[in-house]
Write a protein that binds this ligand. Structure first.
Ligand code: ATP
Ligand code: MG
Length: 394
């Protein structure tokens, strides 16, 4: 039996004149993601994308798993493709959806006929097929309002397609349709979720991580690689830039007031992140900050950090609670990695009583003690570059 995949693209359908461009990117992304599992012919028609495996040996199960992680897809279905003949449609449906029929109580048939030359109209198709299903599975009942299973029949130009309930897609916009942004990534729970959330809106990701050896270990950096490896299953390849941060932290500790250590450190991170993001061609910075979560995320602290950001800073988690963030991190499979106990540079030299309401004037005055240009220049020059998941290139 010939099996295909039918894709419903979500928000792209609302894109008016630009729709074609968005769809082309989505098709390209799908093709690349499916390439390890099948050679496929991918066609757009109306608001559906049809994937037809070519030749033998397509791995449909893996293809379906990969598609669940492609942004821009609202939902999709595996479908049987058969000859446009009512008898063939009946026998195909009864056989193809056998496992589903055996595990449900109620169903209904919905028919769509884009080939108007087909001899039966939609209600007639529903009647005929419904009757056939009932005679093969006599324990089933038809429920048109709230069925366990909707049996869909679509009569198209070349084939009739038969499929059951839709599989939920990842939603969002296709990667590459919204430009590029750099996520500031720690080993914690929040920043991988922030990265995923913004990739979902179609951004290509770069990642920036600050490391402070010997206070932070290689193992802590490895954790960041693993987290990005999970995010890249959705976002595609991520360039990771690791910034040496030890010298800066030691200078802040020695030369600035202790209660301002955290906020000055955050501002240094932001200055360097913006510098690197510009080099990478990014249009925004992404962070995992959430209002009031810790001292550096009060309204006043965020204001001081934003004052040195010369590009937009996206904080998709700003209004979310920790448990909501944890829920997403479990869904994208980063949680178990994030909770492994390795030190982050943010926890090195943390003051006992960081100032919760720093003013920009006092922070700027305190920073005057630092050789700002020299520190930033040396950190940027020492950046180490890696590529996460090269095979998923976007
Ligand atoms: P997370 O769970 O994301 O680690 P956190 O609870 O540790 O966040 P903070 O340490 O205040 O919170 O960090 C806030 C944000 O700053 C992080 O979400 C991340 O975007 C960025 N950040 C923190 N540490 C680093 C780091 N070592 N390298 C790059 N960015 C970082
Ligand atoms: Mg956090």
């Amino acid at each position: 039996m010939k099996e295909i995949i039918l894709i419903k693209n979500g928000e792209i359908a609302l894109k008016g004149l630009n729709r074609g461009t968005f769809e082309d990117v989505l098709v390209k992304n799908i093709k690349r993601r499916l390439s390890p599992y099948m050679q496929a012919d991918i066609k757009k028609s109306q608001s559906t994308i049809m994937i037809e495996p070519l030749g033998e040996g397509a791995d449909m199960d893996s293809a379906v798993e990969a598609l669940k992680r492609v942004f821009g897809i609202a939902g999709f279905s595996r479908a049987a493709a058969c000859e446009k003949d009512m008898e063939v449609i009946k026998s195909t449906a009864v056989e193809y959806l056998k496992t589903s029929f055996e595990s449900i109580k109620t169903f209904k048939v919905e028919a769509k006929r884009s080939d108007k030359a087909f001899p039966l109209n939609s209600p007639q198709i529903c009647n005929e097929l419904g009757g056939e299903i009932l005679s093969n599975y006599p324990f089933l009942r038809v429920d048109v309002h709230n069925p366990d299973l909707v049996v869909n029949v679509e009569i198209r130009d070349k084939y009739a397609f038969i499929h059951g309930n839709q599989i939920k897609g990842a939603g969002g916009m296709p990667i590459g349709t919204s430009g590029r942004a750099a996520v500031m990534i720690s080993g914690g729970i929040d920043s991988p979720v922030a990265a995923w959330t913004m990739a979902k809106r179609g951004l290509v990701l770069d990642a920036i991580h600050f490391a402070s050896p010997p206070y932070t270990s290689k193992r802590a950096e490895q954790k960041v690689h693993e987290l990005l490896g999970k995010v890249s299953k959705y976002s595609g390849t991520i360039n990771l830039l690791v910034v040496p941060f030890t010298e800066i932290q030691e200078h802040i500790k020695d030369d600035c007031p202790e209660e301002l250590f955290t906020i000055i450190m955050r501002r240094m991170m932001m200055r360097i992140a913006v510098n690197l993001a510009k080099q990478q061609g990014c249009g925004a910075i992404i962070t995992g900050e959430s209002l009031a979560q810790v001292a550096s995320q009060t309204l006043w602290a965020l204001g001081c950090t934003d004052a040195v950001a010369t590009m937009p800073v996206f904080r998709p988690l700003i209004g979310t609670d920790k448990n909501e963030i944890v829920e997403i991190s479990r869904k994208i499979d980063t949680f178990d990695i994030s909770i492994q106990p390795y030190e982050d540079c943010c926890t090195v030299f943390t003051p006992k009583h960081p100032k919760l309401r720093p003013s920009l004037e006092e922070v700027e005055a305190a920073e005057a003690a630092l050789d700002m240009d020299g520190l930033i220049k040396r950190a940027v020059a020492g950046v180490e570059r890696l590529v996460i998941d090269k095979s998923l290139e976007v």
